[in-house]
Ligand binder design. Structure first.
Ligand code: SF4
Length: 362
């Protein structure tokens, strides 16, 4: 059983100093990217970011916050459904993400049925109890998709459906490397996602783009070790996928969860905020489950949005933040016009967003 003592084992100051001095001895300047809000939280909250910068390691956050990468079109879809009187069940952060003119929270304050849920199960229970249509806004990466898939497989009531905004991580990493905007020496892979997919889905990136990768846990020592492992790969001219988080992540991942996803969902091309359409980076319900697909069920309601172009909120540079091109503080709106209380872009809304984390701890 895990205890708090396990946690402190990974926050040992002496060990941290040892790893940092080894990184410093290497006297190498490297730039790394991670794709995980929890990694960003650890890096900023524990002050690792400036310490690593001092010894030549810069780490940028990529598209690792599921709320942040959700597009304006998807936000507008949610708002449209709620405006039409359909109950929209959504994770808390999402209701404050600004759409073109307003947020889900505005629709709620005008009497719209926007309900905050903590899991897809809550949304199903809501549908079971109520005589109304309930749409669950399914946002998240590979970590949360198996639970949604499991629910759909069990055939929930017919007044329940999902609006899939789910995405998968490896194609987005390929897009980052293919675009080549940021000169990266290595990737820190997300522990939660890797628990499900394992380490194999990252192999092609190292083979094709000669990029070192390390799957890392979320404690400060996990991240320092991951940086040290990547630095060693760089020094030794290796490009492979290594696993620092072996206590949780296995090479094959969680096969049962992977099968559950494959049974219910199939890959689809989808746009990410700040990115063009990325092939096979989204998940849509398979044909046999279209009875639960809100985009099919409510296609008439959503059709006015189909051919509309959506821009980013005025002045918002979330796209650049999500591609690792700029840091949050480089956005002129940061902390002035854009704060967690009055956010302009999603990176300031979500607690996994780089701007929100920087604002709280930076
Ligand atoms: S500070 Fe606000 S407006 Fe600027 S990038 Fe971050 S979320 Fe977007």
């Amino acid at each position: 059983m895990k205890t708090d003592l396990d946690k402190f084992k990974f926050r040992d100051e002496e060990k941290a100093k040892n790893i940092l001095s080894k990184i410093e001895e290497a006297e190498k300047k490297i730039k790394l990217m991670h794709v995980c809000g929890t990694h960003q939280d650890t890096l900023v909250r524990h002050g690792l970011e400036p310490m690593l910068k001092e010894v030549g390691v810069e780490i940028v956050q990529g598209p690792g916050c599921p709320v942040c990468v959700t597009t304006q079109r998807e936000i507008e879809e949610m708002i449209k459904l709620a405006e039409e009187g359909i109950t929209v069940a959504v994770f808390g952060d999402m209701i404050n993400v600004p759409g073109e003119e307003r947020k889900l929270s505005d629709v709620r304050s005008e009497g719209g049925n926007v309900e905050i849920v903590y899991s897809v199960d809550d949304a199903v229970k809501m549908a079971e109890k109520r005589d109304e249509e309930v749409v669950f806004i399914s946002v998240g990466f590979e970590t949360t998709v198996p639970t949604t898939a499991n629910i759909i497989k069990k055939e929930p009531p017919s007044n329940f459906s999902i609006l899939s905004c789910n995405r998968v991580i490896p194609p987005a990493l390929e897009a980052i490397l293919e675009m080549g905007e940021v000169d990266l020496d290595g990737l820190i892979e997300p522990g939660h996602v890797s628990t499900i997919i394992g380490t194999k889905p990252y192999d092609f990136l190292s083979e094709r783009y000669n990029i070192p990768q390390v799957v890392a846990g979320f404690e400060p020592l996990d991240l320092l070790m991951a940086v040290w492992m990547l630095l060693r790969q760089v020094e030794e001219g290796r490009s492979e996928v290594e696993n620092e988080y072996g206590r949780v992540v296995k090479k094959q991942g969680n096969v049962k969860a992977q099968r559950m996803i494959e049974k219910v969902f199939e890959p689809t091309d989808v746009k990410w905020r700040g990115f063009p359409v990325i092939s096979d980076s989204g998940l849509k319900l398979k044909e046999e489950y279209t009875g639960y697909d809100a985009r099919k069920i409510y296609s008439d309601i959503l059709s006015p949005l189909r051919d509309k172009e959506f821009g980013e909120p005025e002045g918002c540079l979330c796209g650049g933040v999500l591609r690792g091109v700029i840091e949050s503080k480089e956005c002129p709106l940061f902390g002035e016009k854009c704060t967690p209380e009055d956010p302009v872009g999603p990176c300031m809304v979500s607690r996994e967003g780089a701007c929100n984390i920087e604002y709280r701890y930076g």
